[in-house]
Design a protein. Structure first.
Length: 300
């Protein structure tokens, strides 16, 4: 396979991952009558079983060698697992409260949160464009808070929880699929305990079979995009992955406005425009400069 075809394959698989993440709100809307805590408990259990099957098939005799982690890594994975479950819980709750637009905002600001965390925890140096982009995004978020009368908690929680999740995982250096396996494994007993205690209280509304089928599929909704993402990440540059990541929140935003009639006020327009401009500055401008540099060097 040539480098070009390898990259095309990677782009196609990467786009598939982000499209699946982007349309996830439609799936969870089908479970709107089920409490978000119940959905997440099922998501943890089924994701673990599917990851177990996937890793067993992929690694075969090397399975136990591949999933081995140290005690310190296990403790850190418990922390990262808690962060990702918080992210899932807020996301599902917000979707089923008619706040899909807020979730898209959260994932739009996540790359900017990552830059901020890199500055604080890794002493990354910011160029003028990045500084301006961060200030613009901060001003846009603050403006939205004033406009709606309260801080945009959903977006901030999603952006920062996923940002800190990425920070913990970056420090760990554990393979993504193995990390998610242990994160779900460590949370499976609490999830099963919750479902056992909650079962006598919560009953499905006459569509038990459909709901149970959808709850099982929540594991696939978790695992399949991640598998696609990991395959794509091996074939693509980080800059290309960074560019593709805006597909998911864009799709979610369009779904919120066009299909679920969420209100996109003038205040939202101003705030989103500021954040989109910030994302263009940190994503497209460096890529454009790199392309110009390569073109210049090619003519020498």
């Amino acid at each position: 396979m040539t480098a070009d075809s390898n990259e095309k394959n990677g782009i196609a698989i990467g786009v598939s991952a982000y499209v699946l993440w982007g349309v996830a709100p439609v799936f969870f809307k089908l479970l709107a009558s089920v409490p978000a805590t119940v959905i997440i408990a099922h998501r943890i259990v089924w994701a673990l079983l599917l990851l177990l099957v996937f890793l067993l098939l992929r690694e075969r005799q090397k399975f136990f060698q591949v999933i081995h982690v140290t005690g310190r890594q296990m403790a850190m994975l418990a922390l990262s697992g808690s962060l990702v479950v918080l992210n899932w819980l807020v996301f599902v709750w917000a979707v089923n409260q008619g706040q899909i637009m807020a979730t898209s905002l959260g994932y739009f600001i996540n790359p900017l949160v990552n830059i901020l965390l890199g500055l604080v925890f890794f002493n990354d140096r910011l160029n003028k464009i990045q500084v301006f982009a961060l200030l613009l995004a901060t001003a846009s978020t603050v403006y939205l808070g004033f406009y709606i009368g309260e801080p945009p908690w959903i977006a901030l929680t999603l952006g920062f929880s996923f940002g800190f999740y990425g920070l913990v995982r970056k420090k760990l250096g554990v393979r993504p699929m193995v990390g998610l396996f242990w994160e779900t494994a460590l949370l499976t007993l609490p999830a099963l305990g919750f479902l056992w205690l909650y079962a006598p209280v919560y009953t499905f509304d006459g569509s038990s079979e459909m709901h149970m089928g959808l709850l099982f599929l929540s594991g696939l909704v978790t695992v399949i995009p991640l598998i696609c993402f990991n395959v794509a990440a091996k074939k693509l540059t980080l800059s290309m992955i960074g560019f593709l990541q805006y597909i998911a929140p864009t799709i979610s935003f369009l779904i919120a406005v066009l299909f679920y009639d969420e209100i996109f006020t003038r205040g939202h327009q101003i705030a989103f425009t500021g954040i989109w401009l910030a994302l263009i500055l940190i994503s497209c401008v460096p890529m454009w400069k790199k392309m110009r540099g390569n073109k210049g060097s090619a003519t020498v």
